[in-house]
Design a protein around this ligand. Structure first.
Ligand SMILES: [Zn+2]
Ligand SMILES: [Zn+2]
Length: 509
């Protein structure tokens, strides 16, 4: 999502509409497409509300169909927004009208790029407003009186906050940099600015926890038995953090996460649902997983990996550009001629490259690290007996997560299983049509891109409980993988840096 929006905000000359008169056509075609997609959302809402009102017994069927169609409509919205920009002339109209005279020439207004993906924003916020009623109707029949559904404004704010933090923050930084480049090009050419903008990403990663607290509305976890247990467990696992936070989601998600590189600005965050619905030992296991991320240095690893990878990719793009521009062979000359007509699209391939790279390589790294964190979650709940058959009140748990026992593994696997049920993940596996099954499998992977599907994680742990020695092999392999990955990136950076020239590389970073 972030990269799709960044691509929309690139300085590409978006094409004119397919038909004329152009200004009117851009508005009518784009408006019509957005209205049609909005109509589909309204139809889905109407169907859900009518179905559960007429026959509450069909509530599970209605919930499944709702989830499936919302997924489909998510992609429909993306396709509509892409069509508006690429075929209906919306991007062109924005770029030809939101202009101002500056220094004797017409320039795009600061932040006007954000109007290019406007059709998507309209559909997104419109969707929140429309789906609220469907979700409230489903909530009423699925959780009879258990938990009141939230108000429309609270629901809107909850969705808006997540979108602002995860999607808009990086997009805004990108657009701000483009605005500076347009209006104050002299400043953006200075070395101080270059180094400063390079420092923004690590700085942001470092300060993310402080930003996240107000943006997501996180609160310190209230004093009580749960908090006391976390404090005790943190001490046993030799883990330090600034605070334990509660994320109020009105029971929408059962999840936990850790954020922050340094103990002083590091938080472990739990949603209300996971605190309410998980038994104490499973909650401890989940906490153990988050501690595992910190103990194994995953957040540092990710930060280092991202910094190195982006530098290598920038160097690679620069290298290809230099070859195409200065190459003397006949093939390169022909390529140069062929590319002449596509000059304005030149900014797009690097964004596609970064997206694909992060999806494949970072996705794989992240899935390995998640498994390592899972194993630490098992260790957090383990005793010193590698053949134990169960735990009771007298069990002495190992300190620092140094031991692994079958009961610890089973406790953690049970926690994963419950989180999967609470979130309704993997719920609609199978299906009648081969195509439907394939689409769901692809979607499952897309959604589980960072963690791997729940069922796989649980299956791995169930296997491990019968032969805990396999864990060593996994740890050895991951250790080797991390080093090979980081050293190859470093080697690639040195080779490419020498080839393109370090000064030129710093210019494009
Ligand atoms: Zn994790
Ligand atoms: Zn044990």
């Amino acid at each position: 999502m972030v990269f799709a929006l960044i691509a929309a905000c690139l300085p590409i000359e978006w094409p004119h509409p397919l038909i004329g008169p152009e200004r009117e056509a851009a508005l009518v075609l784009s408006g019509g497409a957005v209205a049609a997609a909005f109509g589909l959302a309204l139809a889905l809402r109407g169907w859900v509300i009518r179905t559960v009102r007429r026959d509450p017994l069909r509530r599970y069927e209605a919930a499944r169909a709702y989830n499936r169609w919302r997924r489909v409509l998510f992609f429909v919205n993306l396709a509509v927004a892409a069509a508006c920009v690429l075929a209906f002339g919306w991007g062109w109209r924005v770029q030809s009208e939101l202009l101002i005279f500056w220094d004797g020439e017409a320039r795009l207004l600061p932040f006007a790029e954000l109007a290019v993906p406007l059709p998507y924003f309209v559909l997104l916020v419109g969707g929140w407003l429309v789906y609220y009623d469907a979700e409230r109707a489903l909530h009423r029949v699925l959780h009879l009186g258990e938990r009141p559904f939230w108000s429309r404004s609270a629901y809107l704010l909850y969705n808006l906050r997540q979108f602002a933090l995860m999607v808009m923050l990086p997009v805004l930084l990108w657009v701000a940099q483009q605005a500076l480049g347009r209006y104050l090009p002299d400043i953006t050419r200075t070395l101080v600015y270059k180094l400063g903008s390079l420092a923004v990403v690590p700085g942001l990663i470092l300060l993310m926890p402080l930003l996240m607290k107000p943006l997501l509305g996180l609160r310190p976890m209230p004093p009580g038995p749960v908090r006391d247990r976390f404090v005790a467990l943190a001490r046993r696992l030799e883990f330090r953090c600034a605070d334990f936070l509660l994320w109020p989601t009105h029971g929408a998600i059962a999840n936990a996460f850790i954020t922050g590189l340094l103990p002083r600005v590091r938080y472990v965050v739990f949603t209300d649902r996971i605190l309410d619905d998980l038994p104490p030992d499973e909650l401890d296991a989940v906490f153990g997983h988050e501690v595992g991320h910190a103990r194994h240095g995953h957040i540092w690893l990710y930060a280092g990996f991202l910094a190195l990878s982006l530098s290598v990719l920038a160097a690679l793009v620069l290298f290809v550009e230099q070859v195409i521009e200065t190459g003397t062979s006949e093939e390169v000359g022909r390529l140069r001629e062929a590319l002449k007509g596509f000059k304005t699209w030149a900014a797009l391939p690097p964004v596609v490259l970064v997206t694909a790279y992060l999806f494949v390589v970072f996705g794989a790294l992240s899935r390995w690290c998640e498994r390592q964190a899972d194993l630490f979650g098992c260790r957090a709940m383990s005793c010193a007996d590698p053949t134990c058959t169960g735990h009771d009140e007298k069990t002495v748990y190992a300190t620092g997560g140094r031991c692994l026992c079958p009961t610890g593994i089973r406790t953690f696997a049970r926690a994963l299983d419950r989180v999967r049920d609470l979130n309704g993940l993997d719920a609609d596996e199978g299906g009648r049509h081969r195509l439907g099954r394939a689409a769901r499998a692809v979607w499952g992977w897309l959604r589980a891109w960072q963690h791997g599907p729940m069922s796989r994680r649980i299956a791995y742990l169930s296997d491990l409980a019968t032969r805990p020695h396999d864990e060593r092999r996994f740890q050895r392999r991951l250790f080797a993988l991390k080093w090979v990955l980081m050293l190859s990136l470093l080697a690639a950076l040195v080779v490419l840096g020498q080839a393109v020239g370090w000064r030129a590389l710093l210019e494009v970073l």
